[in-house]
Design a protein around this ligand. Structure first.
Ligand code: WQD
Length: 354
């Protein structure tokens, strides 16, 4: 079975390709490296011990995409590619709408032309409105997104739902991720934000490795047990395995179906920091700061639907995710740039010692 992965060099894309290769799926992947590095693809091939087809390209390029679908008989698509920085989407909304919606529409048009009917879409819990009771379920209210990034996920879901309804035999899985964290146990692939991390786990990791001075805890006056924000942190390898389960689901279902991918448990900011310190032995300097605009107090999901429909549930703990994150960050202080940076350091050091 041949799976086409867009955004294959990204954090979740790279971990998903590795799981697919381990299960002997054929993989064709693309990435334009706008928010990722070629080194990630190289390391996935090393970890898997096998090669796969990869092309540097932009999914919005309909001519290149058509060529790829002509060359490869695709059975299922996993669409990760997209801009995903919440804060950046507020300052650059048109770039987010153009890239995230256009890539999805070009992909659907190309699938239709080549009679490919199965697609998994990388969506997000951010599509849920903030008024919902917890835990969230797949039937919780959506909309009222607090940023353009969230609206692009909301709109892409609608594009895919309508396309599935209009085309006989299409099968769509809308996977709404909660908070992905962690890294592959090898420490060779992981999350590599290109700028100062927006998300808490890579921020903690960069404090631990000395790239950032301390963690700002955004608010300790929420209505939660310790006053800090509560989220559903899911290990990225569990998340990757959820995509494999979704591929199998699409083979025996049609229409558009929604799945929340989370652990079903909430963890506060201070609990996450403590877990990281316990898992790594590294103390994390932190300061209480004002709440971040747009943040909600609590967000976690029920796992009932995914367990029943996908026969999938998370297996890894937040503690394991912290340990795996640290192994990645410790071995790669500058992410995938670490190799070039270390070569740079060696060049500078050799100059200074000569
Ligand atoms: C988690 C908690 C913060 C940083 C976002 C997107 C969502 C998805 C996951 C893409 C909150 C607190 C954070 C920091 C902190 N991304 N925090 N100090 O906001 O739940 O979700 O990322 O799909 O779509 O909305 O994740 O990691 O930014 O924040 O105290 O430096 O950590 O207040 O309580 P979030 P996050």
């Amino acid at each position: 079975m041949k799976v086409f992965v867009t955004g294959g060099a990204g954090y979740i894309g790279s971990h998903t390709i590795l799981e697919l290769l381990k299960l002997e799926y054929d993989v064709v992947a693309v990435d334009n490296f706008v928010n990722s590095k070629p080194e990630a693809i190289k390391r996935v091939k090393e970890l898997a011990g096998c090669d796969f087809s990869f092309y540097e390209m932009n999914v919005c390029d309909d001519w290149q995409l058509d060529e790829l679908f002509t060359k490869h008989k695709i059975d299922c698509v996993i669409h990760f590619a997209g801009l995903k920085a919440v804060g950046e989407s507020v300052t650059k909304p048109l770039e987010y709408y153009e890239n995230n919606l256009n890539s999805t529409m070009v992909l659907c048009e190309t699938m239709k032309k080549h009679n490919v009917k199965n697609i998994i879409f990388s969506s997000s819990a951010t599509v849920y409105s903030t008024e919902n009771e917890m835990p969230l379920t797949e039937r919780s209210r959506i909309g009222g997104c607090t940023n353009p990034y969230g609206w692009t996920k909301f709109m892409c879901e609608q594009i895919l739902r309508d396309t599935a309804n209009a085309n006989e035999g299409w099968s769509v899985a809308l996977l709404r991720y909660f908070n992905p964290i962690g890294a592959h146990e090898s420490g060779k692939i992981g999350e590599d934000p290109q700028n100062i991390p927006n998300n808490i786990m890579p921020y903690i990791a960069q404090v631990a490795v000395g790239r950032l001075p301390y963690l700002s805890v955004f608010g300790d006056d929420y209505d939660t047990p310790d006053g800090t924000g509560v989220r559903d942190y899911i290990h990225v390898v569990d998340l990757a395995r959820g995509h494999v389960a979704a591929i199998e689901y699409l083979n025996s279902h049609t229409g558009a179906n929604i799945f929340n991918l989370g652990t079903g448990k909430g963890t506060s900011v201070l609990e996450l920091v403590s877990a990281f310190e316990d898992a790594t032995g590294v103390e994390i300097s932190r300061k209480i700061a004002p709440r971040r605009p747009g943040d909600i107090a609590v967000c976690y999901t029920s796992t009932e639907n995914t367990k029943k429909e996908l026969d999938w549930e998370t297996e890894k703990t937040v503690f394991q995710a912290c340990a795996d994150t640290w192994k990645w960050q410790k071995n790669n202080p500058h992410g995938y740039d670490s190799i070039s940076r270390s070569h740079e350091d060696i060049r500078i050091n050799s100059k200074s010692s000569s």
